[in-house]
Design a binder for this molecule. Sequence first.
Ligand code: ADP
Ligand code: MG
Length: 285
Amino acid sequence: MNADMDNARTRMPETDAGNGATGEPMTSDYQTYGDSSSDIALPIIRFDDVSKAYPDGTPALSSVSFDILPGEFVSLVGASGAGKSTLLKLIYSEVEPTSGAVSFNGRDLSTINRKHLPYYRRNIGTVFQDFKLLPQKTAFENVAYALEVYGSPTDEILDEVPQILDIVDLGAKAGNLPKQLSGGEQQRVAIARALILQPKIIIADEPTGNLDPVSAEGIIDLLLEINQLGTTVILATHNQALVNKVGRRVIALDRGRVASDEMEGRYVFPGAVPAGKGTKKRTRV
Ligand SMILES: Nc1ncnc2c1ncn2[C@@H]1O[C@H](COP(=O)(O)OP(=O)(O)O)[C@@H](O)[C@H]1O
Ligand SMILES: [Mg+2]
């Protein structure tokens, strides 16, 4: 999933900044849900009977349906090859479903004009196992770069970057290059880089995969904190201990299918316990 930097190079016209729904040029059917007088929260992400097979025929997801509401923290779990990364790539519109639909704020992603995808993708902050930092740039510059490519003015960059670095607790190391930071610190820079664009959703694909257990816990705590501040978080991981510590909604994939979807879930391998024991089943909205 390297597309984020490429897309970030496409400068956003300022007139479109702040558009609430997909970030695309505003028309009435792109309105953001959730700010209205209605008490019913509408999903920020909906998978409606989504299947995905890669062009070589490999099936990755089969008949996947779920809704994610704004503000949720969702752990997406499953063995290697279960389809976690594919699911996140569908949300980022990096790959397209073979059948079914993925929607963001009620908008079917397949209806977004390809040239408008960068607008949509500003809604989605991405964090990866391998950090994807620019090695010759400092922590500050890595985060600032995300704003520069969108043409943000210098005073805004100088104002916002230190604030974000403080949130991820790296204010004191703003001048360090990635190689002068620990793995956990590098991942914090990557999270700051995702946050600086004020995304509606953070998708994190195995963000703790290269980290020691203590740093990994720190990253999960940070994602929880970001979620508390209002950002929807979708965390793909096969780390059982971390998911159980999070104690929030867990969607388990097994060979491309949703094996379970439970609030306050725990990560158990499919078939390990009778379904529904000691957990609250999710009801579809
Ligand atoms: N670009 C691709 N081309 C063909 N098959 C792929 C591709 N990416 C992933 N797959 C296959 O799709 C399935 C799901 O992969 P993935 O979504 O990466 O799972 P996970 O992230 O849970 O390990 C696996 O069988 C994998 O080999
Ligand atoms: Mg993966």
